[in-house]
Write a protein that binds this ligand. Structure first.
Ligand code: SAM
Length: 374
C-alpha cells in the first residue's frame, strides 16, 4: 500500500520562539489575521502516536517501532493544554477538537476532557468540544468520554469492505470493531456523529457508494458521512495528484444512485460542503481541500503535541508556545504573543497550490499530520 512512501526530514524541531509584544493588549475575542479571518477553532494534538499505519498518513515503512516519537516529557501536560486553551478561548475560540495521532491512546484523556469542558466563552457559553478518532478504543471509552463532558466525536473509516479497510490501516484492524465503536458512541449520545472517509483513487474509491448506502440506511440519517480528498500533508505519504479523486466525482457517483441536493453551511469556515439526500435520509459532506481550496475563511489553528502553534495544516514551521509556558511567561504575555502571531498570519497554502504558485510536490517541507494534529 505504501509503495511510494518516502523518507522524511524531521521538522519537529523547526520552531520559532514567539515574540511577546511590549504592549500587552488583553484579548478582545475579536482577533483577525492579515486576510481578515477570525480565530474560531483550535485543534489540539494530544499524542503523536497512533495504532494505525495508514499509508496516506503514517506509512509503516517510516513509522517503525524505532521511529523517534516524542518522549513523555516533551508532551504538554493536561494543565498546560488547559491553560493555553483558556487563553485561546479568550481570543475567540469556540470549538476545541482533540486529535493526534490517536487521541484515545493518550493516558487518562478523559481527565483532559473534563478540564476543557469546564471552560466557558467570554459570553459564558460552553465550548463545542469534540474529538477525532479511529475508534479502536471507542467502544470501551465512549461512556467515560461522555461523562467527562465530550459533546460529539468524528470517526475515521475508509471502507466497509473488511479486506480493503485492513489493508488501508495496515495493522489488520477489522471494520466490525469500528462499527461497534460508532454504535456505542451513538448509544451514549456523542452526537451528531460524523464519519470521515479519505478517498484514494484506485485504493478505496469503489467503496464510496457502499459507504453512502450503509450510513444512510443504518442510522436513520443521524450519522454524517464526509468524504475527504487525499491531501498532500507531510512528506511521507508519496502524494500524487493522480491519486486524488475530486469531490465533484464523489458527489456524482453518489448522486447517480441516491440523488443529492446542496444545502447551506452550518457555520462560516466549515471544512465540508454539505449535500443532503433528496429523499430526506440525511446528508453527506465533501471536503475538497485539494480541488476547491477553502483558505479564504479558514479560522483554524493547531497546537502540536509538544505545544507548537501551527497556522496551517501545510505549515513547515510552528511557534513554540511551550517555551513560554515553561519559561515563566504570564497569561497576559502568552495571550499577547498568540494575538500577534494570529494578526501576522497570511497562510493560504491550498489556494496557492491550486493556482500552481506553491511548490507543492516539489519537495517543500511540511510537518507531518500525526504530529501537527489532523
Ligand atoms: N487518529 C485519529 C483518526 O484516525 O481520526 C485522528 C488523527 S487523523 C491524522 C485525522 C484525520 O486525518 C483522519 O480522518 C485521517 O483519515 C485524515 N488524514 C490523514 N492523512 C490524510 C491525508 N493525507 N489526506 C486526507 N486526510 C488525511
Amino acid at each position: 500500500m505504501a509503495e511510494r512512501a518516502i523518507p522524511i526530514a524531521d521538522l519537529r524541531y523547526a520552531a520559532a520562539t514567539p515574540r511577546i509584544p511590549e504592549q500587552l493588549t488583553p484579548p478582545s475575542g475579536l482577533l483577525a489575521d492579515r486576510l481578515g479571518r477570525p480565530l474560531h477553532d483550535l485543534r489540539i494534538s494530544v499524542t503523536d502516536r497512533c495504532n494505525f499505519r495508514c499509508s496516506y498518513c503514517m506509512p509503516k515503512e517510516i513509522f517503525t517501532n524505532d521511529y523517534g516519537f516524542l518522549p513523555q516529557s516533551s508532551l504538554l501536560s493536561f494543565e498546560e493544554i488547559t491553560r493555553l486553551a483558556r487563553i485561546f478561548v479568550a481570543h475567540g475560540v469556540h470549538k476545541l477538537r482533540l486529535t493526534g495521532g490517536e487521541p484515545l491512546l493518550r493516558k487518562n484523556v478523559e481527565k483532559l476532557i473534563e478540564m476543557l469542558s469546564a471552560l466557558r466563552t467570554p459570553e459564558g457559553q460552553p465550548l463545542d468540544l469534540t474529538l477525532t478518532t479511529n475508534a479502536t478504543l471507542l467502544a470501551r471509552k465512549a461512556q467515560a468520554l461522555k461523562d467527562a463532558g465530550l459533546k460529539r466525536v468524528t470517526v475515521s473509516l475508509d471502507a466497509l469492505d473488511d479486506a480493503v479497510f485492513r489493508r488501508m490501516n495496515d495493522v489488520d484492524f477489522p471494520v466490525a470493531d469500528v462499527l461497534a465503536g460508532i454504535e456505542e458512541a451513538r448509544r451514549v449520545r456523542l452526537g451528531p456523529l460524523k464519519v470521515n472517509m479519505v478517498v484514494k483513487r484506485g485504493t478505496n474509491d469503489h467503496e464510496i457508494v457502499p459507504m453512502a448506502r450503509w450510513f444512510r440506511e443504518h442510522y436513520d440519517g443521524q450519522v454524517i458521512l464526509r468524504f475527504i480528498e487525499f491531501m498532500d500533508v507531510g512528506a511521507s505519504n508519496g502524494w500524487r495528484m493522480d491519486d486524488v479523486l475530486p469531490s465533484a466525482q464523489v458527489r456524482q457517483r453518489i448522486h447517480e444512485v441516491f440523488p443529492l441536493e446542496p444545502t447551506a453551511p452550518n457555520a462560516v469556515g466549515e471544512t465540508a460542503q454539505r449535500w443532503r439526500y433528496a429523499d430526506g435520509r440525511g446528508e453527506i459532506g465533501l471536503i475538497s481541500s485539494v480541488t476547491q481550496a477553502f483558505c479564504g475563511d479558514c479560522n483554524r489553528a493547531r497546537l502540536s503535541t509538544e505545544g507548537r502553534l501551527y497556522l496551517c495544516l501545510f505549515a513547515s514551521q510552528g511557534q513554540d508556545l511551550r517555551s513560554l509556558l515553561r519559561g515563566g511567561a504570564s497569561d497576559e504575555q502568552i495571550a499577547a504573543a498568540i494575538g500577534l502571531i494570529w494578526q501576522e498570519r497570511g497562510d493560504r497554502y491550498s489556494e496557492l497550490r491550486g493556482a500552481q504558485q506553491a511548490d507543492a510536490g516539489s519537495g517543500r517541507r511540511r510537518v507531518e499530520m500525526h504530529y501537527i494534529g489532523g
